[in-house]
Design a protein around this ligand. Structure first.
Ligand code: ATP
Ligand code: MN
Length: 476
């Protein structure tokens, strides 16, 4: 008896992806492809053309299906957008200008039909708002397929970047008792029965009864945790989900998003800026080289000029500007500001755009910011007015990275904690890093989805994550 595996290999041709048919030299080979119908067109010459997509690449594979197939009338003529099929055929050079190769089909099997009047996706252009209401099906569109592939490539590039430089990936906790920056907007995690809360004698909630015995939250940042690991393992990073109960509907805020946070011991602010610049250049060029067809689509359909802009960014040195100089430049500028630039205030969008688009005409890193507008953990400069913070600003987009050298001197850290009215007891383990073998260290953070918005040109952050979470939005 022939073993089943050999039987299969003689009777069923190898299953290959659409990417493989279009890219590899398979001409003349008989292969099996599987995917979803994008369109069907019937020719009078005795066959139908099917555009097949399986997500392996942006492009579709053209199937040429002869009317002589035994199930042509019953199956093929009933195929509509969205139907799933498998087909075997011979890979053949295509006479058409649209594609180099096509598949001449000898058998076609329908896995799942689609009732076209009920299918929410159709060939006409659909708004991104509409597609958010069918988030379970939107990955079948050109745009969302491209986003998924670019998102994957950028995630891999981020790990590559750090791994090739000897960084360790640290899984920082998702549930935490500490609020990193003293900012509210945290989601609480509890197993208490909300309809019958245990009470303390004075009427408060008795958190001793809660799962962790005290209030707990979803993390808003892994930074404080990752600092601990940098102060032992030197070069580390986190890359994972973070949560903010941002009660605002903007095109840049999600309630659940991913954050990338490297942290390096023995590194000052300048080393930190070097790392940030190399990082952005690396991930941007990876997206361009790993996903050329997807990036061409974003360039043509989403943001004209995108690819050239990203290529330039990946090859030009960024400008570094002390905050005080940036304010001076803005004050001298012959522009009617809505908000005049003032030392001690954050840079407004109009200021960011002027600096990156008009004045320097390239990405810039603004550093040494007023202490009064930055969090407690940043290294205080000798002037005691500024801290070693940096923001990377890019043309058209604005801030893409924020980071700092951390305050590693305990007395200075305590001064800042007190000045901001924070409770030092809550930071006892963070303070311990400064009590025991403290070292200068630096790091930065950036939102993964913001980075993807920048790279794809997508306007709304809800469109660069598979299933966005935002106020009143958790359907899928
Ligand atoms: P913003 O001013 O845009 O709200 P932030 O100052 O609150 O940002 P940080 O606390 O510095 O941001 O967080 C680090 C990074 O995380 C930001 O630079 C941004 O890229 C990203 N980020 C912050 N909040 C969100 C959010 N709600 N959704 C997606 N990304 C976010
Ligand atoms: Mn914010």
């Amino acid at each position: 008896m022939i073993p089943q595996s050999e039987q299969r290999s003689t009777s069923v041709p190898p299953a290959v992806t659409v990417a493989c048919v279009l890219r590899d030299n398979l001409e003349g080979a008989t292969v099996l492809v599987q995917g979803w119908v994008r369109t069907r067109r019937d020719s009078k010459a005795g066959f139908s053309f099917i555009e097949l997509n399986d997500g392996s690449t942006f492009e579709n594979l053209q199937l040429v299906v002869p009317a002589t197939l035994q199930n042509y009338t019953s199956d093929v003529l009933n195929l509509h957008t969205g139907a799933s099929i498998s087909a075997t055929g011979v890979v053949t050079p295509s006479p058409g200008r649209e594609q180099a190769r096509e598949l001449h089909v000898s058998t076609l099997r329908v896995l799942g039909f689609v009732e076209p009047t009920e299918y929410p996706l159709h060939k006409q252009k659909m708004s991104f708002e509409h597609l958010r209401t069918v988030a379970h099906l939107r990955p079948r569109t050109n745009t969302f397929g491209a986003i998924a592939r670019v998102r994957n490539a950028v995630a891999m590039a981020i790990h590559d970047f750090f791994q090739s430089r000897g960084f360790l990936w640290i899984a920082t906790p998702i549930i935490t008792a500490s609020d990193c920056e003293g900012a509210g907007e945290m989601f609480q995690v509890t197993t208490l029965n909300l309809t019958n809360l245990p009470r303390t004698p004075d009427g408060g909630i008795d958190y001793r009864e809660d799962f962790f015995g005290r209030p707990a939250f979803l993390t808003v940042s892994g930074q404080l945790a990752v600092e601990n690991y940098a102060c032992a393992l030197t070069k580390v990073y986190t890359f994972g989900p973070t949560f903010r109960a941002e009660n605002s509907n903007t095109t840049r805020h999600l309630a659940e998003f991913w954050m990338i946070e490297p942290e390096v011991a023995f590194a000052d602010l300048h080393a930190n800026m070097d790392l940030a610049e190399e990082f952005v250049k690396h991930v941007v060029s990876s997206a361009l080289t790993r996903c050329p067809a997807d990036m061409r689509f974003f360039d043509q359909r989403i943001q004209p000029g995108l690819v050239t802009m990203l290529e330039q960014l990946a090859t030009t040195p960024f400008e570094r500007v002390p905050y005080s100089d940036a304010i001076a430049i803005l004050a001298r500028a012959n522009v009617k500001w809505e908000f005049p630039a003032q030392w001690g205030a954050d840079l407004q969008a109009e200021h960011q755009r002027y600096l990156t688009e008009e004045y320097f005409k390239k990405p810039i890193i603004v550093y040494d910011w007023p202490a009064s507008i930055k969090p407690f953990y940043m290294y205080v400069n000798d002037d005691e007015l500024t801290v070693r913070a940096m923001d990377m600003l890019v043309p058209r987009f604005g801030e893409i990275i924020g980071g700092s050298q951390r305050e590693h001197r305990l007395t200075m850290l305590d001064k800042r904690i007190a000045a901001l009215g924070l409770n030092p007891a809550n930071y006892w383990w963070y303070r311990d890093l400064r009590r025991f073998g403290t070292v200068p260290h630096s790091g930065f953070g950036l939102g993964f989805e913001r980075l993807l918005q920048f790279i794809t040109g997508m306007t709304n952050i809800r469109d660069v994550i598979p299933f966005p979470r935002a106020p009143k939005l958790v359907e899928f």
